[in-house]
Design a protein around this ligand. Structure first.
Ligand SMILES: Cc1cc2nc3c(=O)[nH]c(=O)nc-3n(C[C@H](O)[C@H](O)[C@H](O)COP(=O)(O)OP(=O)(O)OC[C@H]3O[C@@H](n4cnc5c(N)ncnc54)[C@H](O)[C@@H]3O)c2cc1C
Length: 417
């Protein structure tokens, strides 16, 4: 059977490894951490995944936590009103609505999922190598495999894949990220009977995302600030103490988003590794990396398309990339995995990924008037709220009603008659 090396055991690498393994491929998976180290380590993401991406896991029967993880049935948007003397900054909402998802979303802490999937891969007879691979390692190993794929996320191995400037409009981070996993968050009073991702926008300042998750200690919620660099939310650099990180998170919520703070007054961190802060530039890369001795490797998911998490798409995209590459590999049969095949496999994935990148990059910029009108109209027109929410599952739909003012106006007119 054909031999495949996968470097990096995250959403894409493990999903590919388990998928290829179930099709009879001889898979070696290289991870820089053991399952126990991942499980006991720092949180890595908020990893909210929508129905299409979750279905790829169901298709492989690796949806092990589906019954335990909270079902996220809605996605809401709140926009803080500009401050005034009567209503201090952020105390009022200019916009507040929730759209219903056609299929539920779920977030399973990557510490739980990756550790569990890695153990499953090994139990099923997969070759698991615990080693932080350098380019020289890949150069040595790649010739022994029919195909080598690099799914090492945003780590150093991305240097093997050149930046695609034409597909990467930003060359610097657009948000400072700060995540806290907590127990004790109350429900949003607007929908106490179901869970939703709540997107809270503070114009010119940044965003707070609040969502339920399933973590190492069971159900929890995530408070995730995305701050415009240099602004008031860019306050986490240098904060090392997790309790201080939580305190800063809550102070900013009290100041800018009191309606979210109101349900967070009793929260505590899930664990000492339940916080994360950082930033990165959204980047699309050339999918084929050349090793010093001439061998070629194929980049996977974040290695080749890393978007800002403002739209919560990276894990979804990693799942979609893994599913697309799996199909391309299986369809290739016994023919060589050469450079042309690698580029074709990537372009097949890009037909989906391009919509994610376009939409995510649009959401990082100040919204033009027609988008403000659209988001505002969703407060009165439930179909608009629902359609916007379901765009998180299939961002290609935004082409039909989001970017072009004429299409937005025509869509709104079609609903209002
Ligand atoms: C704060 C934050 C919030 C996010 N929220 C969401 C969200 O709500 N929804 C969503 O869909 N996405 C979200 N994302 C994005 C998502 O987490 C990533 O896009 C996704 O995990 C990418 O999957 P991947 O398989 O490409 O890489 P990763 O999940 O990063 O996995 C890469 C793996 O490779 C390992 N590795 C790295 N270097 C080496 C090496 N040299 N040798 C061996 N192993 C190596 C790493 O340790 C890691 O285990 C968020 C990201 C961040 C930072």
């Amino acid at each position: 059977m054909r031999k495949i090396l996968i470097v990096g055991a995250g959403q894409s690498g493990l999903q590919l490894a388990l998928g290829l393994q179930s099709q009879g491929y001889e898979v070696t998976l290289m991870s820089n951490r053991t399952a126990d180290e991942i499980r006991a380590g720092r949180v890595m993401s908020t990893q909210c995944m929508f129905d299409t991406a979750l279905q790829h896991e169901r298709d492989l029967q690796i949806n092990f936590w589906e019954s335990q993880a909270p079902r996220i049935e809605g996605l809401g948007v709140s926009v803080a009103a500009p401050g005034s003397h009567e209503a201090p900054e952020g105390s009022q909402r200019a916009i507040d609505w929730v759209g219903k998802l056609d299929g539920y979303a779920q977030s399973v802490d990557q510490r739980v999922k990756m550790a569990g999937w890695m153990e499953t891969f090994a139990q099923r007879g997969g070759q698991l190598v615990i080693h932080g691979a350098a380019v020289s390692d890949l150069d040595f190993f790649a010739s022994r495999y029919d195909l080598t794929m690099v799914s090492a996320g945003k780590g150093e191995l991305v240097s093997m894949f050149g930046r695609d400037a034409g597909r990467s409009p930003y060359d610097a981070p657009q948000r400072a990220l700060a995540v806290a996993y907590v127990h004790g968050l109350g429900p949003r009073p607007e929908h106490p009977d179901y869970d939703a991702v709540r997107c809270n926008l503070v114009p010119g300042v940044g965003e707070l995302f609040v969502m339920p998750t399933y973590t190492t200690s069971g159900r929890a919620d995530i408070l995730f600030w995305e701050g415009i660099p240099g602004g008031p939310l860019d306050a986490f650099q240098g904060v090392k103490d997790p309790e201080e990180h939580l305190a800063v998170t809550l102070e900013l919520m009290e100041k800018f988003l009191p309606w979210e703070y109101a349900r967070a007054t009793k929260v505590e961190l899930t664990d000492a590794n339940g916080t994360l802060a950082g930033r990165y530039a959204p980047t699309v890369r050339n999918p084929v990396g050349r090793l010093p001795s001439g061998g070629l490797v194929l980049g996977v998911a974040d290695v080749v398309v890393a978007n800002d998490p403002i739209t919560g798409q990276g894990s979804n995209s990693a799942s979609k990339c893994a599913a697309s590459y799996l199909a391309s590999i299986v369809e290739r049969g016994d023919q060589p995995f050469d450079g042309d095949w690698m580029r074709t496999a990537f372009e097949r994935y890009w037909t989906t990924a391009q919509h994610v990148t376009k939409w995510t990059n649009a959401m990082l910029a100040p919204p033009p008037e027609h988008i403000l009108n659209l988001i505002g109209a969703a407060g009165q027109l439930q179909p608009v709220a629902d359609r916007f929410a379901n765009g998180f599952n299939d961002p290609s739909d935004f082409e039909n009603f989001f970017y072009d003012p004429e299409k937005t106006n025509a869509y709104l007119a079609s609903l209002t008659g």
